[in-house]
Design a protein around this ligand. Structure first.
Ligand SMILES: NC(=O)c1ccc[n+]([C@@H]2O[C@H](COP(=O)([O-])OP(=O)(O)OC[C@H]3O[C@@H](n4cnc5c(N)ncnc54)[C@H](OP(=O)(O)O)[C@@H]3O)[C@@H](O)[C@H]2O)c1
Length: 270
């Protein structure tokens, strides 16, 4: 599956989107805002392992340097291209992921908005709270973290992705990712772009889940998964059934998805 619509220019620009896909043979360049936490650091390691070049952003360049050193020390035999930097440097990369806590995502995006104009911006944050021994979803402004960020960045193409994959599994490069990665966006080329990157991760299957309004359900469902982890003392991964016969290129939509399978039926569970 290619990430870029068929009428894209060679550097990946199409329909006003800033260049996101590199020329063939070049590494995909990504920046992670809030990359020093477990989620961002694990994602940086996994992305670098599939050949991306990653800038791991932080509010503190020194914290970023320390986290990058830790990743490289853990995987000395792998050729991981991960660079430390401020969040503003990460935001200058062609594709950007926001991995801050949920209540910092939109504010942090606003701080670097000038760099994010026209780009695909993925959010992986979940609005959750722990109440006694239960995880409960919170409803952020506009219904989801991703929608809050999209409202803050009207000139960017925001996609919600990677909410459900635990950092421990994401960052263990000796094992495949094992799971479905649900992606939604109001900009289908943003979904395709993130899906193309996700599909390069061993074991991961990117699924196009429609418009950004579905980020409300995707983010909130993380509370269910975390509750299962607590209840059964494990770390669950999401794997949906009923899709195994569909080629991956159709799942992600992809360019000119005229060849994508038409919807079979519009059923709403009772
Ligand atoms: N952990 C997981 O397994 C996992 C998996 C999937 C999705 N997620 C989601 O990904 C998000 C990040 O998870 P995490 O566990 O990595 O979170 P975290 O460690 O709490 O935060 C990540 C980074 O965000 C930055 N940050 C913290 N507070 C901030 C603020 N007020 N303003 C700006 N930046 C701030 C910090 O970096 P600096 O101090 O260096 O700037 C921190 O290292 C969460 O919303 C979580 O739900 C987590």
């Amino acid at each position: 599956m290619s990430a870029v619509p068929a009428d894209a220019t060679p550097n990946g620009a199409a329909d006003g989107i800033a260049a996101a896909a590199p020329a063939s043979g070049e590494p995909t360049l990504l920046g992670i805002i809030g990359g020093t936490g477990p989620a961002g650091a694990a994602l940086a390691a996994r992305l670098a392992d599939i050949g991306c070049e990653v800038t791991l952003g932080s509010r503190s360049k020194y914290r970023s340097m320390e986290v990058v050193d830790n990743i490289l020390d853990r995987w000395p035999e792998r050729d991981l291209r991960i660079h430390p930097g401020a969040n503003s440097l990460a935001a200058q990369k062609p594709t950007v992921v926001i991995a801050t806590p949920w209540d910092a995502a939109a504010i942090t995006a606003r701080d670097v908005a000038e760099h994010l104009r026209g780009k695909v911006v993925a959010t992986m944050s979940n609005a959750l709270a722990r109440v006694d021994d239960e995880f409960v979803p919170l409803i952020p402004p506009r219904g989801s973290v991703a929608a809050s960020v999209q409202a803050t960045l009207p000139e960017s193409r925001v996609a919600a992705a990677l909410q459900h994959v635990p950092a421990t599994e994401l960052g263990n490069l000796d094992e495949p990712v094992h799971g479905d990665i649900l992606i939604c966006s109001d900009h289908r080329e943003a979904t395709w772009h993130i899906a193309e990157i996700v599909d390069r991760m061993p074991g991961a299957r990117a699924l196009d889940c429609g418009n950004l309004s579905n980020a409300t359900a995707i983010e909130a469902f993380t509370a269910v998964l975390m509750q299962l982890n607590t209840r059964y003392r494990t770390r669950v991964a999401l794997r949906l059934v009923g899709l195994d016969h569909v080629p991956i290129s159709v799942l992600g939509g992809g360019p000119g998805s005229a060849d994508a399978a038409p919807p079979v039926a519009e059923t709403v569970p009772d």
